[in-house]
Design a protein around this ligand. Structure first.
Ligand SMILES: Nc1ncnc2c1ncn2[C@@H]1O[C@H](COP(=O)(O)OP(=O)(O)OP(=O)(O)O)[C@@H](O)[C@H]1O
Ligand SMILES: [Mg+2]
Length: 230
């Protein structure tokens, strides 16, 4: 279980200081599909960065099975991230000097997994694996970033607007693939999005506004990527 307790986070200082997370607490059960909804600027990406150990909170705790990652050293945090989390970023952060294949292989190697070619095929990039990021469309780059995160076989997969750059058909395909892998490998998903439709795929939905959680609910039924609206 991932438990977040009273997280605070500010940016800037003096008069420019903005409190972006104002005391966030939540629990994510193993194997759940959690969607975090909220308007632009409400702090969703910041929360995801803190939950996944990319950024340290100013206050509060982030517990993975009871272990507070906010207290880890940089080296311990790197090891934790390598072994435990996969991240699909809002901006894709591909390595520009590496081919599609090498970008994905790197993710897999970090976690000692070998199946990266299968993942490339599944996101429809098998044919493009020798291309470089600048030779791809935005949606294709996003799919590389999906493949890179999944090739690691993470325990918790964090997604930040995973379908932001994708057309409907590709968006549904990527979501369907992620959810089919979840059924096979039982990892946990935490997905941030503006898209209310994606919330219908979730087990738990968390709504944020201005750095706070304003509502949490569970869905009785979870729709598939092909049943939701777009
Ligand atoms: N590194 C940073 N330095 C300064 N301000 C930041 C930084 N990161 C985020 N912010 C500010 O924090 C607020 C929340 O940003 P965040 O990226 O978490 O929002 P979001 O909910 O993900 O929005 P969007 O839906 O547009 O991606 C914004 O006002 C943003 O300007
Ligand atoms: Mg964001």
């Amino acid at each position: 279980m991932v438990q977040v307790k009273n997280i605070t986070k500010s940016f800037g200082n003096g008069d420019n200081r903005t409190e972006v997370l104002k005391g966030i607490s939540l629990k994510v059960e193993d194997g759940d599909f959690v969607v975090i909804l909220g308007a632009s600027g409400s702090g969703k990406s910041t929360l995801l960065n803190v939950m996944s150990g990319l950024e340290k909170p100013d206050g509060g705790e982030v517990l993975y099975d009871g272990r507070n990652i906010a207290g880890l050293s940089d080296a311990e945090l790197t090891k934790f991230r390598k072994e435990t989390v996969g991240f699909i970023f809002q901006q894709y952060y591909l390595l520009p000097h590496l081919s599609v294949e090498k970008n994905v292989k790197l993710g897999a190697e970090l976690a000692g997994s070998k199946d990266y070619k299968k993942v490339l095929d599944a996101v429809g990039l098998g044919e493009k694996m020798h291309k470089y990021p600048h030779e791809l469309s935005g949606g294709e780059q996003q799919r590389v970033s999906v493949a890179r995160a999944l090739a690691k076989n993470p325990k918790v997969l964090f997604l930040d607007e995973p379908t932001g750059a994708l057309d409907e058909a590709t968006g549904r395909m990527v979501l369907d693939y992620i959810s089919s892998l979840q059924k096979e490998y039982h990892f946990t998903i935490v997905c941030v999005t503006h898209n209310l439709n994606i919330a219908e795929m979730a087990g738990t939905v968390i709504r944020m506004n201005s750095g706070k959680i304003i509502e949490t609910y569970t869905n009785k039924e979870q729709k598939t990527a092909y049943e939701i609206g777009w």
